[in-house]
Design a protein around this ligand. Structure first.
Ligand SMILES: [Zn+2]
Length: 486
């Protein structure tokens, strides 16, 4: 009797809804209540039915323009046509260009629906997607900075060099301290960027629920996986959990030959035919060839005695996974989910792997049947350095002259400003006092190495981030301005 109850509980816990209880049911209910909305007739951009939405595999797509009320609080987003009419009638003004946001100039009622924001947190790239019951309202990805550690190390080296050259200083003692919860600057940047992004999205959309993916697998669910028996074939979802666990443990490569980027199979270290168990401690990943070659041998007999030991060691989860994402959930007091559930749902819906698609699925989105229409555009952002505050170049010029390190502003332009050059929107990567700039797209593609600033039109200032709206349909680097008339 007791035994049965136990298995029932376990069974419950491996269904997707059991794992993430809150958001899934809310979205489903909303969908059931509302049915399809009047938004299905939207025929804006792109107007070509041949173009299939790359990230949903369907031709249905929509665009929404975030709207603020007179007091600056977010309302439900509107359709681009409506936004255009409001602007032309002088009933609204533009607040932000990328992403495009308008503010109403007259008082309105507030009809709010539930909006769930899904965040695929990451070390390099963050994906986000906000959905209502019927559609995806905003989707995008944000690339985080990866240069902080290098820059700080450089600064430290310069300081050391300089101070060793300077006069004698009295030794200082114990004058450094780190507060509780201190994070390395590079990690702190990632945490703060996540928070900033979510707060900014909350300012333009009436988001009611935030869900973050905290880790790729649920360690708790595997209850000390190295020791206790977890049947890896316990349902499809549990299979994903174990697989993600093994991928992280064996660094996404074949445990025997070290091959990467090949399909990996779950492999028994001691073969089942020789009494090996299905416990996670007896599992590893191998490519198809190695799996075949190994056949009926144990890993030790196959010439890899270390693997058994590695499989039994508890996994040292990466610092980012454990610290940042958990902290984020604490700070934002939001819901969370696991990567294996995301992957399960994404594969089930036939979506390709991308940060935006993951975020969409995390938010509880569904492209099938009565689900959400995907956004026709993706907002692509990149965190950039605001200022380089070194006064002088580290190395002296000939004759011991010191050269100024950077200029902050040339003409009216600053580093990473969005400009138009020959009808192409790009960013100032290299700002030079000569007035000839290095222009590139957000992906770093070169537009011109030395372009006269007189030929440039300023579009948008960079405020620690450069942003571009792209079509969700094409993989080209072509950027689109949705509202060229503004
Ligand atoms: Zn192999």
């Amino acid at each position: 009797m007791k035994e049965q109850r136990k298995t029932q509980k376990l069974g419950e816990s491996i269904t997707p809804l059991g794992a993430v209880p809150a958001q899934g049911s809310v979205v489903a209910k909303l969908k059931a209540m509302r049915g399809s909305s009047g938004a299905c007739g939207v025929k804006t951009f792109p107007n070509n039915p041949e173009e299939r939405n790359q990230h949903s595999g369907k031709s249905v797509q929509e665009l929404r323009v975030p709207v603020l009320n007179m007091r600056g609080k977010p309302l439900m987003p509107t359709r681009p046509q409506k936004a255009r009419k409001l602007l032309e009638a002088g009933k609204a003004k533009v607040i932000n260009r990328t992403p495009f946001v308008i503010q109403l100039l007259y008082a309105t009622g507030e009809a709010k629906q539930d909006i769930t924001l899904g965040v695929d947190s990451g070390y390099k790239t963050v994906g986000y997607s906000a959905i209502s019951g019927t559609g995806e309202l905003i989707a995008g990805e944000l690339e985080l900075r990866g240069d902080i550690k290098r820059l700080l190390e450089k600064r430290r080296a310069y300081r050391r060099g300089r101070r060793s050259r300077l006069w004698y200083r009295e030794p200082r003692f114990d004058n450094r301290g780190r507060k509780d919860g201190w994070l390395a600057p590079s990690l702190d940047h990632k945490l703060q960027s996540h928070i900033k992004l979510i707060e900014q999205l909350k300012q333009i959309l009436p988001i009611t629920n935030v869900i973050i993916e905290v880790a790729s697998f649920d360690q708790q669910k595997m209850v000390k996986p190295e020791i206790s028996g977890v049947e890896y074939q316990q349902g499809e979802l549990q299979g994903y959990n174990v697989r993600n666990y093994l991928l992280e443990k064996f660094n996404h490569k074949c445990a025997y030959c070290g091959k990467k980027d090949v399909p990996l199979e779950i492999e028994h270290i001691v073969p089942k035919s020789r009494g090996g168990s299905n416990r996670v401690s007896n599992l590893t990943l191998s490519c198809h060839d190695c799996n075949q070659k190994k056949g009926n041998k144990t890993a030790k007999e196959f010439g890899h005695p270390g693997i058994q030991k590695q499989a039994k060691q508890p996994l040292k989860a990466t610092a980012f996974m454990n610290v940042i994402r958990r902290k984020l959930v604490d700070i934002l007091n939001c819901g969370w989910t696991y990567g294996y559930i995301t992957k399960h749902n994404r594969v089930k819906q036939g979506l390709e792997k991308s940060h935006v698609n993951d975020a969409f699925v995390i938010a509880g989105g569904n492209v099938e049947g009565e689900g959400q229409k995907r956004s026709a555009a993706i907002c692509k952002g990149k965190e950039v350095r605001r200022q380089n505050r070194s006064l002088y170049k580290a190395n002296l010029l000939k004759g011991g002259r010191r050269k100024r390190n950077t200029v902050k502003e040339v003409g009216k332009f600053r580093r990473f400003d969005k400009v138009i050059y020959k009808k192409v929107k790009c960013f100032i990567y290299g700002l030079r006092s000569s007035g000839y700039f290095d222009l590139r797209t957000i992906d770093g593609e070169k537009i011109g190495a030395a372009i006269n600033s007189k030929k440039l039109t300023l579009v948008e200032r960079a405020r620690g981030r450069i942003e571009e709206v792209k079509r969700a349909t094409s993989s080209t680097t072509e950027a689109v301005d949705l509202f060229a008339f503004c």
